[in-house]
Design a protein around this ligand. Structure first.
Ligand SMILES: *Cc1c(COP(=O)(O)O)cnc(C)c1O
Length: 377
């Protein structure tokens, strides 16, 4: 079905920058530079600069960025790692894959980690905190870092949904997500704010030793062609994808600007519908610079709204119909997280990408208004 407003539109973005992308890809293919070549190195430098750290290491996914971060930071079997349930499952799964034990806390009204809940779950086995900057909004890193310092915990930022998001630290001023913890983890999955044409990811860090360990883990421990120093995996960012990301990185600031503009239009036009709850309005808190990977609202009669929008040509996404800790296959049912469980029944993501026109955004709003007016008794 052709939607009036599809949830994502990969081909539209491609068409807009086709000339540069095609030229770059042809250039890479003509050079035959496919694995760990100069485009990957160039991207790692550019990404490190953009985030404001010394090192970035390209990987084949955001999942491996999290997994390798835990390994490189020295996780041991049975170590407890605190994160949230309300996130993409990779944030939790990688803890288990690395031999750790996930400890899940609830989220606040802004859908990200409620840092007020952290201290209560810290015990003698706690070693890590993974704050997840969900939907393009950062966790209160002032609080996370203070607690990490107090209890001597390592912080790994899951920044897969928040490239370019910022948080104002009291002493350090504005800091970009992924530059505050020991590592930051990024994903370049196509639907992410900076997406490639397949899977991709990276870690960022200021720690030379961690960067080197991750470089070894992504390439079977091969320090040189003849020297293998540890067991590793095959998880390199493809050079062709890195070349694509180099082109796209030049547009990132404009794309973020446009996402924020769209968020502003949504929140302006949707204010006053009492059946829905909007995400934090832009600049309503001067310590946050949100980049709106997703525009997520809480809606009464959410499933009906989803169907109504679909019938009217608006494609939306319900990513969290069941909270991760309530998924029977994950063995996490010991956690009771009322806000996360409630969100599973209410959240719905509206179309959000820079190529959306104001008319399309207006149409989405019109349909939502129509739904509640229509059904109102
Ligand atoms: C996308 C995502 C990941 C995983 O990234 P992949 O590249 O898909 O492996 C991890 N955490 C969060 C919050 C994500 O949104």
């Amino acid at each position: 079905m052709g939607y009036k407003v599809p949830f994502v539109n990969y081909s539209l973005q491609y068409k807009k920058i086709k000339k540069r992308i095609d030229k770059t890809m042809a250039d890479v293919l003509n050079r035959g530079d496919l694995i760990l070549r100069k485009d990957t190195e160039e991207f790692e430098k550019k990404l490190a600069d953009f985030i404001g750290v010394k090192y970035a290491v390209g990987l084949n996914s955001g999942t491996d960025a999290l997994f390798f971060s835990l390994l490189a930071c020295g996780i041991k079997k049975g170590d407890e790692v605190i994160t949230v349930s309300h996130t993409f499952v990779a944030s939790i799964a990688t803890i288990v894959q690395a031999g750790g034990k996930p400890i899940l806390v609830d989220v606040g009204n802004d859908y990200v980690m409620d840092t007020g809940k952290l201290e209560k779950v810290i015990g003698p086995k706690t070693k890590f905190i993974i704050p997840v900057h969900l939907n393009g909004r950062m966790v209160d890193m002032e609080k996370v870092m203070a607690i990490a310092k107090k209890y001597n915990l390592i912080v790994i930022e899951d920044a897969a949904q928040s490239i370019g998001a910022k948080y104002k630290m009291k002493k350090l001023g504005w800091r970009v997500g992924g530059s505050i913890g020991l590592t930051g983890c990024f994903s370049f999955y196509p639907a992410k704010i900076l997406g490639c044409f397949g899977d991709g990811g990276a870690i960022t860090t200021n720690n030379q030793d961690i960067a080197q360990k991750v470089r070894l883990l992504r390439d079977h421990g091969q320090e040189t062609k003849t020297n293998i120093v540890c067991y590793g995996w095959n998880s390199r960012l493809d050079n062709l994808q890195a070349a694509v990301l180099n082109v796209k990185l030049a547009y990132l600031s404009d794309w973020i600007k446009r996402r924020r503009e769209i968020a502003k239009i949504y929140s302006h036009m949707l204010t006053g519908i009492k059946e829905i709850k909007l995400p934090p309005e832009i600049d309503s808190d001067p310590n946050y610079f949100d980049v709106f990977q997703n525009y997520v609202i809480c809606a009464e009669r959410r499933n009906e709204l989803y169907n109504y929008l679909k019938e009217n040509g608006v494609e939306t996404l319900i990513k969290d119909r069941v909270a991760n800790h309530c998924q029977p296959g994950l063995n996490l049912s010991r956690f009771k997280l009322p806000v996360s469980e409630h969100l599973a029944n209410e959240v719905i993501s509206l179309p959000m990408y820079p190529e959306l026109t104001n008319q399309q955004v207006g149409y989405v709003v019109k349909c939502i208004v129509g739904f509640y007016r229509h059904r109102r008794v």
